[in-house]
Structure formats: C-alpha cells, structure tokens
Design a protein around this ligand. Structure first.
Ligand SMILES: CC(C)(COP(=O)(O)OP(=O)(O)OC[C@H]1O[C@@H](n2cnc3c(N)ncnc32)[C@H](O)[C@@H]1OP(=O)(O)O)[C@@H](O)C(=O)NCCC(=O)NCCS
Length: 206
C-alpha cells in the first residue's frame, strides 16, 4: 500500500460542532445499537440490515474484526453520532469495489458531518487498495443522493423494484459510484490531513 496513512482518532470540526472520528471496535456494539434506535423511522425503513438488533451489530463488528469491513465512528459526548462503513465483503470478482454505508444522527445533519465521513471513507478506501466505491439507496433517500453527488459520486444504475423496506414495500435501487484513484492522487500531493482540512478544520486529537 502506498500513500499517506490515515491518522485516527482525530477531532473534526463541522459547522459549529465537533466530534472525534475513530475506527469502530468490538466494544462499540452497545453505543451503535443506541445510535440506531435514535434514528427516525423513515431511515430505519431503508436499513439493509436492522442495526437496532444487538446480534446484527455483533455480526457487523465481527466483519470489522476480520478486516472485511472498516467502520469509522463519529463520537460526541460519549455517544455515536454518525458512522461510515466500507464494506469489502463482495465476491472475488468485485474485490476492487467497496460499498459505502453511512448514517448521521438527525440533530447533526446538514452541518457537514456526512461529507466529512465520506471523505474519510474515500481516503481510507485508497489505502485499502479499493479502486471504486459504490453507494446504494432508494430514490426517496434524497439526502443520501445529494450527499453522494456533493462528494463526486454519479448514478451508474437503477434497478427496478429491487429492494423492499421493513414494511415490505418495494423500491427502485439506485447505485451511485465514485472512483478512488483521483482521491489518492490528491492525497499523494498533500497530506490527507491537509486535503481534508481544505474543506474542514481539524483540531488536536482528544
Ligand atoms: C445522508 C446523510 C448521511 C447526510 O449526512 P449530513 O451530515 O446531513 O451531510 P452533509 O451535511 O455533509 O451534507 C452534504 C451535502 O449534501 C446535501 N444534503 C444533505 N442533506 C440534504 C437534504 N436533506 N436536502 C438537500 N440536500 C442535502 C447538501 O448539498 C450538502 O451540501 P452543502 O454543504 O453544500 O449544503 C444523512 O442525511 C443520513 O444519515 N441519512 C439517513 C441514512 C442514509 O440515507 N444513508 C445513506 C445510505 S448509503
């Protein structure tokens, strides 16, 4: 692997708020479940897995421990207020692709935390040897679509009536994608911290 190493944890400022960003660990299950249970019903309808359930989160953190998923948590006041995951559990012919999952607590939205987490994920993806990152969402997940466009993802596919929500209602699935090489090129020129600080200000680690 080449390029700068991500340094975590870090205190990140977004808007007039801040949070510590660090890698998820097996001891985070309780706080992740608590975070999921604070998400609004509409978000929960579209979760691919019900992360309000402790055993589902335990499975996720097992994948993290085994290196097939990498998750960065945003922590504030001792609570998880957002996360981004790079899921590399794809079959071998998609070994160069990671899927990104992200969520931010309702009260922290539209302050830049989502963009910050995605930028971290893209920088991390390059370090992990991932070449392409995808995100999947339904057309009514307008914030997710807006966020992904904002950070350089483009729609690559729409699959008709492809997923069903927790109420059993079918929705189209939009696949958005972004290549990672240009992120790595940028990071090769400047430190990742400088690159990210171009949009967000970082303070000392807490
Ligand atoms: C999608 C999500 C993570 C965005 O997080 P966020 O912290 O609000 O994102 P940001 O504040 O960084 O917003 C980035 C950009 O996205 C756009 N955006 C975000 N929410 C928006 C909304 N509700 N309406 C319109 N644009 C929106 C804005 O253009 C913003 O750019 P700006 O800073 O120039 O205004 C958050 O809404 C969320 O957790 N949603 C539920 C879970 C989900 O849908 N996950 C995605 C599945 S992959």
């Amino acid at each position: 692997m080449t390029g700068p190493r991500l340094e975590l944890p870090v205190l990140a400022n977004f808007g007039d708020q801040h949070a510590t960003l660090r890698l998820a660990e097996s001891g985070d299950a309780h706080e992740i479940v608590a975070f999921a249970r604070r998400l609004p019903d509409h978000d929960l309808l579209h979760l691919r897995r019900d992360i309000r359930q402790a055993e589902v989160v335990a499975g996720w953190l097992r994948e993290v421990a085994e290196g097939r998923m990498t998750s960065v948590l945003a922590i504030s006041g001792g609570q998880v207020v957002g996360y981004v995951t790079l899921d590399r559990t794809q079959p071998e012919w998609m070994a160069h692709v990671a899927e990104m999952h992200i969520a931010v607590e309702t009260g922290r939205r539209e302050s830049g935390l989502g963009s910050l987490l995605v930028r971290f994920a893209l920088a991390l993806a390059g370090e992990l040897g991932v070449e392409k990152t995808i995100a999947q969402m339904t057309p009514d997940q307008t914030s997710a679509i807006a966020l992904c466009r904002h950070v350089g993802f483009r729609e690559e596919a729409r699959l008709r009536a492809h997923v069903q929500d927790l109420d059993g209602v079918r929705h189209d699935l939009i696949v958005m994608a972004r290549t990672v090489s240009d992120v790595q090129e940028e990071l090769a020129r400047v430190s990742w911290r400088d690159a990210l600080a171009a949009a967000f200000h970082f303070g000392p680690t807490v």
